[in-house]
Design a protein. Structure first.
Length: 267
């Protein structure tokens, strides 16, 4: 099975556009970007059956959101979106490979899992992440999503101390209530960070989640293949931070948002 958007024209801004993949070729371009970022740049041990592509069984059940440079057409950012309808078809969420999701599985309403988010190195200091989030926001609105969740990665550091330092900040700033906590299948080796690391900066994707109003659902899971710790973040759409949501949409620009109707086909 493959999941595509219908072949609708993307809305294009002056520099960047965002669209849902409508063809297999677009998904392969996104998988190639993921391979370059995760495999080549970050040195992750990818379990992929095809050289040059980061792919797994979840890709066939996800909608793929991509950001393109308007001038060149090159994909410079991507993420994949697993709707709860397709998660039921598959039989599980991606995050369940790292966490016992507990009560998250039974939240009322529509759930959406976000994963494999990446931005090419040359675009990380520009508006690409804002344009990508504008596409996610549009998808949430079009499909009546109630809860968004996904893993945000933090570097492990020596003896897991960097991850522990970030978690120390999250416990004070953005921790979900206890009944929403998940159980990591591979906890950190050390949950306490040395004093000299307590000001470790929060990674950009995790910071974006927090500014939108998302909460960390307990302790992280070690992912040795990526040499990171993954924090499960949960966003109640009713609790979206309106100021920062507006910030993302303003940065993206009105013409770079994906605004096509929600004709999403499964084949």
């Amino acid at each position: 099975m493959a999941v595509y958007a219908s072949a609708l024209p993307a809305k294009r801004g002056e520099r960047l556009s965002v669209e849902l993949a409508a063809r297999a070729e677009t998904i392969r371009e996104a998988q190639a970007l993921r391979y370059r970022v995760f495999g080549q740049e970050l040195g992750a041990k990818l379990k992929t059956a095809q050289s040059g592509l980061d792919l797994d069984e979840f890709d066939d059940y996800c909608h793929h959101l991509v950001v393109r440079e308007t001038k060149t057409g090159q994909i410079v950012g991507c993420t994949r979106l697993l709707h709860d309808i397709n998660a039921r078809r598959l039989g599980r969420w991606y995050s369940e490979s790292e966490f016992d999701l507990g009560s998250i599985r039974n939240l009322p309403g529509r759930l959406l899992e976000v994963g494999r988010t990446c931005i090419s190195a040359e675009c990380r200091h520009g508006s690409a992440i804002a344009v990508l989030w504008s596409g996610i926001a549009s998808y949430i609105h079009l499909h009546g999503i109630d809860y968004l969740f996904g893993c945000a990665s933090v570097p492990l550091g020596d003896q897991d101390h960097l991850a522990a330092a970030v978690m120390s900040r999250l416990r004070h700033q953005a921790m979900a209530t206890q009944h929403l906590h998940v159980t990591p299948r591979s906890p950190l080796f050390n949950s306490q960070a040395p004093d000299n690391l307590l000001d470790t900066p929060i990674p950009a994707l995790l910071k974006a989640y927090i500014r939108l109003g998302a909460k960390a659902c307990g302790e992280p899971c070690r992912d040795p293949d990526f040499n990171v710790a993954d924090v499960l973040m949960l966003l109640d759409v009713d609790q979206l931070n309106p100021t920062y949501t507006r910030h993302f949409l303003d940065r993206a620009g009105p013409n770079s948002m994906y605004r096509g109707p929600a004709h999403l086909n499964s084949a």
